[in-house]
Design a protein around this ligand. Structure first.
Ligand code: FAD
Length: 512
């Protein structure tokens, strides 16, 4: 047994339940989806979440009458969610009111030009024609490429386990054919000349924690995923999805226990047999699924276990996604002309990305994503008010930024910038405010280096190279969430839970 061999005691609730027991560490979207899938396959499931609520990065901040979704706001691939409801014997549309947001987002360039994105090809051609007419043919070619990449990268590979190197070899011809060895920016730049259009078509890796300059062109699939399935937002915010998923788990006779931090995964004869909580309680399990940060899982939850692949050295050498500075704020007035999603680009692009990802330096300039959920659901703020968050990609904690000193200064500079651009009059109307920095991501979610999205999605950290969904170190231990295959983002982590259907044995294998 690992470390101190604690006596396995817990699970009073589950004693009369004969189903094999799965413990899921963490109640992020990946952990919740895994719990629903395992519940549907006959497991008794206990989800253990360290914070006070389910959702992980998608938790909800309620403050002064405002409801802020802490993380994901651009909901794509709703069919992945519908599938979870169906597995639990429910209909998604009976419980969740999903609104499609169109245009998806409005991009403001530093020179004053704007570019909007939507599903409609005619609308998109008109946007491209207005911004960079000479790039229309290259644009059409690129969108066709993005579709081809989606059809293989998402439809065929996102929910397949990459447990052996042969799996990787099998996809090599497709990788080469689809330019997966190139970067997203490299592929886009090969077809587009206008600098602004290049950015508009290549920023998507940032949504999953990657630098467009070195993330595999496979991630061009996100552009087509948005076009195909649309961008959505649930009534009540993303938190409504989390609430609904917890309801599905409870409906299966399972539960999410909050305020429970796992301190180690218990291992006997090379097999996971349960977990131990901070405080000493041990909980037996037939299988353990970790939705915690993959690096943290191996480094800290299996600290006493000799690891062949995910050694402390390898975890230290891995490349981590950027950090996020997020400022949630509510105002006493509204800006009806501001859409739900805006991207506000600063004067620099490539060099700003290098500051964030390579030099890990907090630059004086920035590019921002502005979320105004009250554009779609006014009930997320008191009457006559707007709720917002603004997000700035920043270096993770491997940089040298002292956020205790910098957070308020940085927030003020962002406030000033919004005040001078899309939110005139902002400074006199802020009635509630909260900031999250990479320090909070580390402390709250136990994310290594305070990274916003775990290990970054470069080619050499994707598919077989990423921590596997069926652990390479310990039997009966499985991984879901941003740190494993296929990677971050809500569609990614929901797909990681889908992979479990292929790698987790049927519950009948554990029946006593
Ligand atoms: C600000 C922000 C905006 C984003 N916007 C989008 C978007 O618009 N669209 C999109 O698709 N994606 C977006 N993402 C990415 C997406 O939210 C994440 O990739 C996804 O939600 C991560 O889910 P996960 O399953 O990996 O778990 P996480 O959300 O990371 O949850 C893991 C959970 O495990 C818990 N945990 C960790 N260690 C332990 C332990 N030892 N014991 C018990 N519990 C533990 C943590 O507290 C946490 O609740 C955004 C992310 C952020 C941060």
């Amino acid at each position: 047994m690992n470390m101190m061999s604690p006596v396995i005691t817990g699970e009073v609730l589950g004693r009369s339940d004969r189903r094999p027991h799965a413990v899921v560490i963490g109640a992020g979207f990946g952990g919740l989806a895994a719990a629903i899938r395992l519940g549907a396959r006959g497991y008794r499931v206990t989800v253990l979440e360290r914070t006070g609520q389910a959702g992980g990065r998608a938790s909800v901040i309620r403050q002064d009458g405002f409801t802020f979704d802490a993380g994901p706001t651009i909901i794509t691939a709703p069919f992945l969610l519908e599938e979870l409801w169906a597995l639990a014997g429910k209909r998604f549309e009976d419980e969740i009111e999903l609104h499609s947001v169109s245009p998806f987002y409005k991009i403001h360039f530093d020179d004053g030009a704007v570019f909007e994105c939507a599903s409609d090809p005619a609308f998109m051609r008109e946007q491209v024609r207005k911004l960079a007419p000479g790039d229309l043919p290259g644009y059409e070619t690129f969108v066709a490429l993005s579709e081809a990449i989606y059809k293989i990268g998402f439809e065929q590979l996102a929910h397949k386990p990459f447990g052996s190197f042969t799996d990787m070899l099998r996809i090599l011809p497709d990788l080469v054919k689809l330019s997966g060895y190139r970067s997203v920016a490299g592929l886009v730049n090969g077809h587009i000349k206008d600098k602004r259009l290049r950015i508009a078509l290549s920023f998507h890796p940032l949504l999953v924690g990657g630098n467009p300059l070195n993330t595999s062109a496979i991630y061009c699939l996100i552009l087509y995923l948005e076009r195909k399935s649309g961008v959505h937002f649930p009534r009540g915010g993303t938190g409504a999805l989390v609430h609904g998923m917890v309801g599905l788990i409870e409906g299966q006779g399972n539960f999410v226990r909050t305020g429970a931090t796992v301190s180690q995964i218990l291992v006997e004869k090379g097999k996971a047999v349960g977990v131990q909580l901070v405080g000493g309680e041990a909980i037996h399990a037939d299988i353990v699924v970790s939705n915690a940060c993959a690096g943290w899982t191996y480094k800290n939850l299996l600290a006493g276990h000799k690891r062949k692949r995910w050694t402390d050295k390898k975890i230290a050498k891995a490349k981590y996604s950027m950090g996020l500075f997020v400022w949630y704020f509510g105002t006493s007035r509204k800006w009806d002309e501001v859409p739900h999603h805006s991207i506000l680009l600063g004067p620099r692009h490539d060099e700003l990305l290098r500051d964030i990802f390579d030099r890990k330096f907090l630059a004086g300039d920035f590019s921002l994503y502005l979320h105004r959920p009250t554009a779609t659901d006014p009930a997320l703020a008191p009457e006559g008010c707007d709720g917002f968050y603004v997000l700035s990609p920043v270096p993770n904690l491997l940089g040298n930024v002292d956020w205790r000193v910098q957070a308020e200064r940085y927030r003020k500079v962002i406030e000033q910038s919004l005040n001078e651009t899309v939110l005139p009059g902002l400074s006199g109307s802020i009635v509630t405010s909260k900031v999250m920095t990479p320090v909070d991501f580390e402390a709250k979610y136990l994310s290594l280096h305070g990274a916003g999205f775990g290990m970054d999605p470069r080619l050499m950290q994707s598919a077989w190279f990423r921590p596997h969904n069926a652990s390479e170190e310990v039997k009966n231990l499985f991984l879901v969430g941003a740190g494993t295959h296929p990677g971050a983002g809500v569609p990614g982590v929901l797909s990681s839970a889908r992979v479990l259907d292929e790698v987790v044995p049927d519950a009948v294998a554990f029946r006593r």
